[in-house]
Design a protein around this ligand. Sequence first.
Ligand code: ASP
Ligand code: MG
Length: 411
Amino acid sequence: MALYVQKYGGTSVGSVERIEAVAEKVKGFRERGDDIVVVVSAMSGETNRLIGLANEIQEHPDKREMDVLVSTGEQVTIALLAMALKKRGVDARSYTGGQVRILTDSAHTKARIQDIETTRMRADLEAGRVVIVAGFQGVDDHGNITTLGRGGSDTTGVALAAALKADECQIYTDVDGVYTTDPRVVAGAQRLDKITFEEMLEMASLGSKVLQIRSVEFAGKYHVPLRVLSSFQDGPGTLITIEDDETVEKPIISGIAFNRDEAKLTVMGVPDIPGVASRILGPISRENIEVDMIVQNVSADQTTDFTFTVHRNDFERAQNILEQVVTELGARGCSGNSKIAKVSIVGVGMRSHAGVASKMFDALAAENINIQMISTSEIKVSVVIAEKYMELAVRALHTAFNLDKGETVCE
Ligand code: ASP
Ligand code: MG
């Protein structure tokens, strides 16, 4: 007998019929003898609808009240699911985050979980009940309702699994697992049986949006085995777990991630003296603009070109700041390009294999794709290229690293 925390996302509970289907699924697990804690999201579209209502009143409504508002979405779902289970003769009880006592800090709309009270849930499980908890919400020390940020139900699921020492946290969604890349871009993309927390974090931060990033961090930190699977069809899904010893069997690359949300800025002809990087990026960070990749080239005439990327939404602001910086530094000028994309290969197998980056560059060169910037970490190589070549690059890399359907990805 196992204890599973199962999280069902918005589309999985998007209608009364879907909620009934989830109840049917949970009933099946109970009949097999497993203990189940269910975490649910709001019905699909509901959180956006609520935010829309608030925005009709004010562009930036009070954050405390925003949390009171958006937390209602999940409260609807827990009650409906409890009813659907009871109708099927399955004893169940629903709880809001505050009722469980998912204690968070007071950072409204992006609160962090600090502690979870498990007594009540354990008593229910002991009594043979399914426990249903509203995702995405908690309560602060003063009894205020808080929410955990968009997509926060994933984090509720993982946090409950950690607190209850569950055997697995299962995230039910509308895709049947984590893929080698987005199947909409590469038809031959395949579901991965397994991926490590580290790889998943890289994939998520690079734009693959299956799970809220914070939930993956949480699961990695507390070693909660995490499984992504479909609530619409049966299947093993993808297990996100710690790295095991079978590295020999592992593919070098687990996935290809991409991101169109970046823009590139260059300051040209900067005097090559100490402190220049800080004088360029200082004003950028003081404006709360996050910088991703940074490249600096030294030229023969003692000046350098300094290039970095920011989120596309921050592009114009960053450009305005740089115009000021150019004058101050006596640089030759600045330029910007928002029609870029970042493509990354991710895999823990890189640690034990040489030549991964050059294989990537070869594959891009064979397609005549120019690389504008490169950055690497222990398990990732990212390149910036022209946006119009992004899909071509992803497909070429997917093939070059033997990820296409029909090739063996695992074992
Ligand atoms: N309902 C919330 C949202 O749409 C939380 C979640 O679904 O995870 O962001
Ligand atoms: Mg989600």
